[in-house]
Design a binder for this molecule. Structure first.
Ligand code: OGA
Ligand code: MN
Length: 287
């Protein structure tokens, strides 16, 4: 596979890049992210992200400020449409799962695709992880697109689909958020259209841009046909050949390209505790 060679073409900055599957996921080592990143290290990490779509750094001691600094090297930080961040750093989501709050991200999705410009990526840092369980799976949506039959590729070429925050709405209702507040979010974040097949803005690769969590229907297609086609497209994320499954340890940083991947957080550890911090980078409008 062509991406096995990169980012060796970049100036050597000492970072080791160890692929985890032929298609997706690499572990980067021999780098301390608590220190300011050199230009060479930043370029290497960015290229590794583009090549491997999700990258992992183990044994990093990062406070919230350092986590934000790492993220800022790769773009502008963004606020989540509904989830409140930490009081002094609203760009940082504290994600805590425990006896009272079971993990709810166990559905295949790219983050926040229900806005016009979904995130470029997110950086998720582990503070406390369960003794067993709590893995995260990532799926390569370039491979998922390339694996489609020519007939399906033809059917979806040039199509747009509507995305909506349905999955969040379900969670909000479960958490007792009042209907007036939900209606406010609906007014602020109305359903939005995105291409079913997106061209990655940096790698120029075509990729599948629909998810079971946030996609509603394909515009201009009979609803039954759209439903059947979307079920087929959603199922692509579940194919093991397109996936990497990450086993967290404490103080890991995971950085995913939200444009090129979907993820699924396995919710198998209740009532154990899992505590993470997430910072998200603004993306552009898919085309
Ligand atoms: C997220 C998410 C994955 C995880 O932060 O967007 O889906 O493993 N989390 O917690
Ligand atoms: Mn997510």
């Amino acid at each position: 596979m062509s991406n096995l060679s990169t980012p060796n073409s970049l100036p050597n900055c000492g970072i080791q890049c160890t692929p985890m599957t032929p298609a997706i996921g690499a572990e980067l080592s021999n780098i301390n992210l608590a220190e300011p990143l050199s230009d060479a290290a930043t370029a290497f990490i960015r290229q590794a992200l583009l090549d491997w779509k999700v990258i992992f750094f183990r044994d990093q001691q990062l406070d919230t400020e350092q986590l934000m600094n790492v993220a800022r090297s790769f773009g502008k930080l963004s606020l989540h449409p509904f989830l409140s961040g930490k009081p002094d750093t609203p760009e940082v989501l504290a994600i805590s799962r425990n006896r009272e709050r079971r993990g709810g991200e166990n559905i295949w999705h790219s983050d926040v695709t229900f806005i016009p410009n979904p995130p470029l990526g997110s950086l998720l840092y582990s503070h406390e992880i369960p003794p067993i369980g709590g893995d995260t799976l990532f799926a390569d949506m370039v491979a998922a697109y390339e694996g489609l039959s020519d007939e399906v590729k033809q059917k979806i070429e040039g199509r747009q689909a509507i995305h909506d925050f349905r999955a969040h709405r379900v969670l909000m209702r479960k958490a007792g958020v009042d209907e007036e507040k939900i209606a406010g979010y609906e007014a602020k974040f109305p359903p939005t259209a995105h291409p079913v097949v997106r061209t990655h803005p940096e790698t120029k690769r075509k990729l599948l841009n629909v998810s079971v969590a946030f996609t509603e229907y394909i515009i201009g297609m009979d609803r039954a046909e759209s439903d059947a086609l979307l079920q087929h497209l959603y199922a692509q994320a579940s194919i093991p050949e397109y996936q990497v499954r990450f086993k967290w340890t404490k103080n890991c940083l995971t950085f995913w390209d939200n444009r090129a991947t979907q993820h699924y957080a396995v919710s198998d550890y209740w009532p154990a505790v899992r505590t993470m911090e997430r910072v998200t980078i603004e993306g552009d409008i898919p085309c």
